[in-house]
Write a protein that binds this ligand. Structure first.
Ligand code: MV4
Length: 450
C-alpha cells in the first residue's frame, strides 16, 4: 500500500479522501490556494502546501506546482478527486513520467474517453448501444445536413471534446442545422481547442442513469449498479439516487453488463462511470465515460457498503479486486442532495461568510462537507459546499429522511439551494419517481427563474 497520498483537490472531496487515508493509516498531503488557508482539508491533512493565489490556474489547476509538491513531500501517489486535474490526460502522463501514481486509468484511456467521437466508436465496437448517429467528425454543414437526413430529425449536434452542454444544440430541420453548425464549431474550438463535431438522433426528455464500475489491473471488472442522476439544471446535477426508481431488474442487469463490457474493451482500470441516456421505453444508449471518482459516489457507497476511495487506492496500488459480481448485493435506498451556495430562485452563486452551520443527523443521515461554521465561500470555485446523503430501507423511507434532514439543515450568512431541494423532495412527481432531465423545468416552473 502507499505511504503518502497527495490530495490534489479542495472542499468536501479533499476531506472525504483524507478521511479514508486516515482509516488506512496512510499519510496525507494537502494543497491549497490563498483563498483556502483556513479550509478544513488543510487542517485535516498531515502536511499542507500553499500553491499560490486564489485563481484555479495559479493553484489547483497548476500541474507543475502540484507535481513540485509531490516531489517535495515525497508523496508516492496523487488522488485528483473530481474536476480540476482529474480527467487531464497530460497531467496523468506527467505523473506516469515522474513515477508518481495517478489515481485513475492510464493517460491514454483518459485521452480516448475525452473524445466523444473516439469513445462512441470504441463502445460501438464493444457491442455497447450508442445513440443512432454519425461516428466521425463532420467536415462542414452540408455533410452534417446529409448525415442528419439519414438519421432523421430532430438531431443533437455535439462537440467531440464537449460535455456539460457546451458546443451542443438540438436541431429540428436542415435550416436550423445550417445555422447552428459554425457557431457551435467555433465555441468547441475556443473552449476545448478541438472543433470536431458529430450528430446523434435527439432523445426526447431522457433519463440520465450511470453505472459505477471497478476495474483492477489484472482484467477483473465488476459494476456496482446504477445511479439515477436525471434531476439537474443546466447540466449541473442537483439530486442523485440509487437504485433508479425507473429501471426494472432486467434493464439494470443489461446496463451493468454493458458497462463492464465497455470497461474491458478499452483496458480500463480503477473506478469509473459509464453514463447512459435512457428513453421512456427503457432503451439505453452510451453517452460518455467519466474516468474519475464522481461527486455522487456516496449513494453507491450507501447501498453497497463499500468505501470507493479505499477501493481506488487498492486498485492503484496493484491489488486485485477481492470481490466478484455476485458479492455485490445492494441494500436499501440512498439519495444525495447537493448543497450549493446559490440563490434558490435565480441560481446565481451566493458567496460570503458563513455565520451559522447546523447539520442534520440521525439514523441514515450522512454529511460530506467542505466548509466549517465560519468559512468564507469565495467566487473562485464551484459553489457546492456540502452534500447531504440519506439512506432508508426503501425509497419512501429515504425520502422521508431527506425531507426531515433538509428541514433541520441550517446555513447562515449565505443563500443556499436548500429551499429548492425541499420543493423537489416534497413534490408528488418526485415521490412517484418521475425523475427525468426536464424535472425542474417541468414541475418547478414559476418557482425558479429561467
Ligand atoms: C443528448 C440528449 C438527447 N439526445 N444526446 C447533455 C450533456 C451532454 N454530455 C449530453 N447531453 C445530452 N445529450 C442525445 N442524442 C440530451 C442531453 C441532455 C442531458 C443529458 C444528461 C443529463 C442531463 C441532460 C440535460 C439536457 C440534455
Amino acid at each position: 500500500m502507499f505511504q503518502k497520498v497527495l490530495i490534489a483537490n479542495r472542499g468536501e472531496i479533499a476531506v472525504r479522501i483524507i478521511r479514508t487515508c486516515q482509516m488506512l493509516g496512510i499519510q496525507t498531503v494537502a494543497i491549497y490556494s490563498e483563498a483556502d488557508a483556513d479550509a478544513p482539508h488543510v487542517k485535516m491533512a498531515d502536511e499542507a502546501y500553499l500553491l499560490g493565489g486564489p485563481r484555479v490556474v495559479e493553484s489547483y489547476l497548476h500541474a507543475d506546482k502540484v507535481l513540485d509538491v509531490a516531489r517535495k513531500s515525497g508523496a508516492d501517489v496523487i488522488h485528483p478527486g473530481y474536476g480540476f486535474l482529474s480527467e487531464n490526460s497530460s497531467f496523468a502522463e506527467q505523473c506516469e513520467a515522474e513515477g508518481v501514481v495517478f489515481i485513475g486509468p492510464s493517460s491514454d484511456v483518459i485521452a480516448r474517453m475525452g473524445s466523444k467521437i473516439e469513445s462512441r466508436k470504441a463502445m460501438q465496437a464493444a457491442g455497447v448501444p450508442v445513440v443512432p448517429g454519425i461516428a466521425h467528425s463532420l467536415a462542414d454543414e452540408e455533410v452534417a445536413v446529409q448525415a442528419a437526413e439519414e438519421i432523421g430529425f430532430p438531431v443533437m449536434l455535439k462537440a467531440s471534446a464537449g460535455g456539460g452542454g457546451i458546443g451542443m444544440q438540438i436541431v429540428r430541420n436542415a435550416d436550423e442545422l445550417r445555422k447552428a453548425f459554425a457557431g457551435n464549431q467555433k465555441r468547441a474550438a475556443s473552449f476545448f481547442g478541438d472543433s470536431a463535431m458529430y450528430i446523434e438522433k435527439y432523445i426526447e426528455n431522457p433519463r440520465h442513469i450511470e453505472i459505477q464500475i471497478l476495474a483492477d489491473k489484472f482484467g477483473n471488472v465488476i459494476h456496482l449498479w446504477e445511479r439515477e442522476c436525471s434531476i439537474q439544471r443546466r447540466h449541473q446535477k442537483v439530486l442523485e439516487e440509487a437504485p433508479s426508481p425507473f429501471l426494472d431488474d432486467e434493464t439494470r442487469k443489461k446496463m451493468g453488463e454493458a458497462a463492464v463490457r465497455a470497461a474491458r474493451a478499452i483496458g480500463y482500470s480503477n473506478a469509473g462511470t459509464v453514463e447512459f441516456l435512457v428513453d421512456r421505453n427503457k432503451n439505453f444508449y452510451f453517452l460518455e465515460m467519466n474516468t474519475r471518482l464522481q461527486v455522487e459516489h456516496p449513494v453507491t457507497e450507501e447501498i453497497t457498503g463499500l468505501d470507493l476511495v479505499a477501493e481506488q487506492l487498492k486498485m492503484a496500488a496493484d491489488y486485485s479486486l477481492t470481490m466478484s459480481q455476485s458479492d455485490i448485493n445492494p441494500r436499501g435506498y440512498a439519495i444525495e442532495a447537493r448543497i450549493y451556495a446559490e440563490d434558490p430562485t435565480t441560481f446565481f452563486p451566493s458567496p460570503g461568510n458563513i455565520t451559522k452551520l447546523v447539520f442534520p443527523d440521525g439514523p441514515g443521515v450522512r454529511n460530506d462537507v467542505g466548509v466549517h461554521h465560519e468559512s468564507t465561500v469565495t467566487p473562485f470555485y464551484d459553489p457546492m459546499i456540502a452534500k447531504l446523503i440519506v439512506k432508508g430501507k426503501d425509497r419512501d423511507e429515504a425520502i422521508n429522511r431527506l425531507q426531515n434532514a433538509l428541514s433541520a439543515y441550517e446555513v447562515g450568512g449565505i443563500k443556499t439551494n436548500i429551499p429548492l431541494l425541499r420543493k423537489i423532495a416534497d413534490h408528488p412527481a418526485f415521490q412517484q419517481g418521475e425523475t427525468t432531465t426536464n424535472f425542474i423545468e417541468q414541475y418547478l416552473q414559476g418557482e425558479t427563474a429561467k
